[in-house]
Design a protein around this ligand. Structure first.
Ligand SMILES: Cc1cc2nc3c(=O)[nH]c(=O)nc-3n(C[C@H](O)[C@H](O)[C@H](O)COP(=O)(O)O)c2cc1C
Length: 196
């Protein structure tokens, strides 16, 4: 059992095919003061990353939305986590997620719902954005949570945008989401008695 007021261990495990989702992963990690664990193009993680996942208090899941769900590389990671599932190693950890796609909807919610099911299979506790949407007539595209998601952070990046053109408002939304996750993890220090 962890003592209260210890620094929470937070990891962001993500895949990004072309670098756009990586920018968001970096923003979440900055806000949460988290370690970044990149799933590679073959859908694999180094052994050290699996150890960091086992030790984490909060696991943030990230993937672009491809064909209405997470990328196959992220799904391979999810399937590979069945060993941790079998032993319920991640039970009662906090979980959260984010995704990015080309269209404003783009079926991003399907990706976040897959992440939530994944977290529930691991007997985790889901944390949403806790952020109001910017949805008035006066709202501008770079306002916070303009995409308007409560389940997890969403970003919309035009398909012809370069990596440097991910929208600042979406990056700031991701960073603030990370800050919220850190705050929640600090207030739930004993959520995961299994963490190292
Ligand atoms: C194979 C593939 C499938 C995609 N499917 C969707 C989709 O279902 N919905 C959508 O809005 N955008 C879709 N896109 C666009 C990507 O989500 C978008 O370009 C995203 O920024 C890519 O992130 P990444 O650079 O991290 O890979 C797809 C792109 C690819 C390459």
């Amino acid at each position: 059992m962890k003592a209260e007021n210890t620094t929470p261990s937070i990891v962001v495990v993500y895949h990004s095919g072309y670098g756009h989702t990586q920018r968001l992963a970096q923003a979440v990690a900055q806000g949460a003061q988290a370690a970044l664990l990149a799933i590679d193009a073959q859908g694999t993680l180094p052994e050290s990353a699996w150890m960091q996942l086992d030790a984490a208090d909060l696991i943030v899941l990230g993937s672009p939305t491809y064909m209405g769900s997470a990328s196959w590389q992220f799904k391979k990671f999810a399937d590979d986590s069945s060993a941790a599932w079998m032993a319920q190693k991640w039970k009662d950890k906090l979980f959260a997620g984010f995704t990015n796609s080309g269209s404003m909807s783009g079926d991003k919610l399907s990706t976040l719902q897959f992440f939530m099911t994944f977290a529930m299979q691991h007997s985790g506790l889901w944390v949403g954005t806790g952020m109001m949407p910017s949805n008035t007539k006066a709202a501008l595209r770079n306002d916070l949570n303009y995409v308007g998601s409560s389940s997890g952070a969403m970003a919309t990046t035009p398909v012809d945008a370069g990596v440097d053109e991910v929208l600042e408002g979406d990056i700031e939304t991701a960073r603030r989401f990370g800050e919220r996750l850190r705050d929640v993890a600090q207030r739930c220090p004993n959520a995961s008695p299994h963490a190292a």
